[in-house]
Ligand binder design. Structure first.
Ligand code: OGA
Ligand code: MN
Length: 326
């Protein structure tokens, strides 16, 4: 159900994209810094709708970073750059989510980078595997493939999915208050199980990001199902594991529940400059099928805002550690 009290806006125009979440925002001039009263409405809009689309926003790399800073403290790409990887961009806050190698050439089908990037094709939330999870992500299209090759970004409304849980399951989850153990390696292996680059990696040999799967979304006061394909296993309040196969069966049933068509929104990328901003603590997302891999550039750049809520660190030690890319 749509929220009873939807916000009213004075400075921006907001058009809903799906019955329960997602909106397109117009009326912002991105050529100049976004004024505080305008930004306040952007925050109200993302709090309500979880996903905002800005078409042909006039943001370059610097303005993308500057606009993102209004949302909070930004994650830094440097800790992720392992094994000789370099950032293509002169901004440490800009993550390369393209299908391009660091030298700008196209990622080849079945290369290591192709296999590891396929994890993004499963529904997830950014940085659940890190000690401090991500709040907002702002993804911008710099260069797009020709139309007809897919490459949408899809979203799932996990607040409404929580609301709609069968009463018995909801009560069981509230009673147990499970902790999810999230791993980037787990979702990568799940997306590409036979990969020669991934099959010998043991997620258990790496740290997990531990966050409760039922969370209050503090900005909206609604409950959220904080789940993702990063979920490797569940733990009980006392830290013991939920036994298998029940644990994995519960993870899979929650993911299946939350990704029913009625909770989904698929956003197409139309023009360079298009920006999608989402709240990782209210929605899941995935890269939809892209048929131009190895043929056309899909040059996507993302800033990642650290979560500013009281549960940002989940049950993790407050370390600067990130899960490095291979
Ligand atoms: C991301 C992501 C999906 C896409 O940037 O975090 O998952 O469509 N992107 O590129
Ligand atoms: Mn992502």
């Amino acid at each position: 159900m749509p929220h009873a009290t939807e916000p009213v806006f004075q400075h921006i125009q907001v058009t809903k994209l799906a019955p329960t979440f997602g909106a397109e925002v117009t009326g912002i001039d991105f050529n100049k810094p976004v004024e505080p009263e305008v930004f306040k409405e952007v925050l109200d809009a993302i709090t309500e709708y979880g996903v905002l689309v800005f078409r042909k926003a006039a943001l370059d790399d610097a303005r993308h970073v500057a606009f993102s800073r209004l949302f909070g403290e930004l994650d830094d790409v440097k800790p992720y750059l392992t094994l000789g990887r370099k950032n293509r961009f002169p901004f440490d806050e800009l993550f390369d989510v393209s299908n391009m190698e660091d030298d700008g050439s196209l990622v080849q089908v079945d290369s290591k980078r192709d296999h590891t990037s396929r994890g993004n094709s499963l529904f997830h939330v950014d940085s659940a595997f890190n000690p401090r999870r991500a709040g907002y992500s702002l993804l911008r299209a710099h260069e797009l493939p020709p139309p007809g090759y897919g490459g949408n970004t899809d979203f799932a409304d996990t607040r409404t999915a929580y609301d709609d849980l069968p009463a018995e399951l909801k009560a069981q989850l509230n009673e147990a208050d499970y902790i999810g153990a999230n791993s980037l390696w787990h979702s990568r292996r799940k997306a590409c199980p036979h990969s020669e680059f991934l099959r010998d990696i043991d997620p258990e040999a790496h740290p997990f990001g531990r966050h409760r799967i039922l969370q209050l979304h503090e900005p909206s006061g609604r409950m959220n199902l904080y789940i993702a394909n990063h979920l490797h296993h569940l733990e009980k309040a006392d830290g013991t594991r939920v036994p298998e196969p029940e644990g994995t069966a519960l993870i899979e049933s929650l993911l299946t529940h939350a990704t029913q068509p009625k909770y989904l929104l698929s956003v197409d990328w139309r023009d360079p400059g298009d920006v999608i901003c989402w709240d990782n603590t209210a929605v899941m997302h995935r890269a939809g099928e892209f048929k131009g891999m190895g043929k056309f550039k899909r040059d996507m750049r993302r800033t990642t805002v650290h979560d500013g809520s009281s549960t940002a660190w989940g049950l993790n030690e407050r370390t600067e550690e990130r899960m490095g890319l291979p």
